[in-house]
Design a protein. Structure first.
Length: 307
């Protein structure tokens, strides 16, 4: 039996209507019961996963994008025996510098014998700094591997100053409590004051700044950057490394007395924490330098015995 409908569709029917009819016809076939059933090809195609944008329902909370986690600090790859050897080699290097510079100063006409002590401190730092740099070069590591970097410089300077301010607030609270309990402590100069006055001559601000900045740079580079990372290679835990390094740092200031050692231990703990947190020596150098200059100037203008 042949259909009377021409191939292009009934006369007068719009072509778009014919296309829609063809599309509807392709979606399935009508069963005797009047239910549309999918053809096998369309049924298989419906099982193919299709990516669709997730549209939240009204009132649904959309979780924020996860932030990229901070990558762990990749410290210099160094074995425990080598780390121990490098720590031990710093000792004769410091002794050599401490003895060598005063010998070079022999015969100099200095207005105060205590300038030889300044030369001793600067010589110790210079040789220890050179030794640390030399050992870094031997292992193929750059100074940036131990925090000598300008990355985030402005933020690190601010963090160093803020850390020092918070430390002073903490120490001031302890000092006030101590004076309330033992008021006679104000009548005698501390051992730290006596040691500083016996070691360093009074110096104006323009001399104190470069000297104290250099002291802060070499001590932070050596003790926080070099020693701390080598101790970490031995101990494997920062929470153990930082206190041990702080004890060592405060121990070399034993001539300043017990109270000074307690304060220096507190400062070293803060500086070590800043170094590990920021992965930079800048906060601890700023912290250390400003503290040194402040102490020297405080004694210069506040101590009647420093002359």
């Amino acid at each position: 039996m042949t259909s009377d409908v021409p191939p292009g569709g009934p006369p007068g029917q719009d072509p778009q209507d014919r296309g829609a009819g063809d599309a509807d016809a392709g979606c399935g076939s009508l069963s005797p019961a009047g239910v549309v059933t999918a053809r096998p090809a369309e049924a298989a195609l419906s099982r193919v996963p299709i990516a669709r944008p997730a549209v939240p329902e009204p009132g649904e909370l959309v979780p924020p994008l996860a932030r990229a986690s901070r990558q762990p600090w990749k410290l210099p790859a160094i074995s425990a025996p080598r780390a121990l050897a490098e720590l031990l080699l710093l000792i004769p290097a410091g002794i050599l510098g401490g003895l060598g510079v005063p010998l070079l100063m022999t015969g100099w006409l200095v207005p105060d014998e205590r300038w030889y002590n300044v030369g001793n401190s600067l010589g110790t730092g210079l040789v220890a700094l050179c030794a640390a740099l030399f050992m870094l070069r031997l292992t193929g590591h750059r100074p940036a591997s131990i925090g000598w970097t300008r990355q985030g410089f402005a933020a690190n300077v601010g963090i160093g100053l803020a850390g020092l301010a918070l430390t002073y607030m903490f120490l001031l609270t302890g000092a006030v409590t101590l004076v309330i309990l033992y008021p006679e402590i104000l009548s005698e100069p501390t051992a730290a004051q006596e040691a500083i006055e016996a070691t360093f001559p009074p110096m104006p601000l323009l001399w104190a700044i470069p000297i104290m900045v250099f002291v802060a740079v070499w001590e932070e580079f050596v003790f926080r950057g070099f020693v701390l990372t080598r101790l970490h290679a031995l101990l494997k835990r920062w929470w153990l490394t930082v206190p041990i390094a702080a004890v060592t740092f405060s121990g070399i200031h034993y001539l300043q007395g017990l109270w000074a050692m307690v304060i220096i231990f507190t400062l070293a703990m803060v500086m070590g924490t800043l170094f590990v947190w920021r992965r930079s020596l800048v906060p601890s150098i700023v912290y250390h330098a400003v503290h040194n200059v402040a102490v020297i100037q405080l004694l210069r203008y506040g101590s009647p015995t420093w002359d």
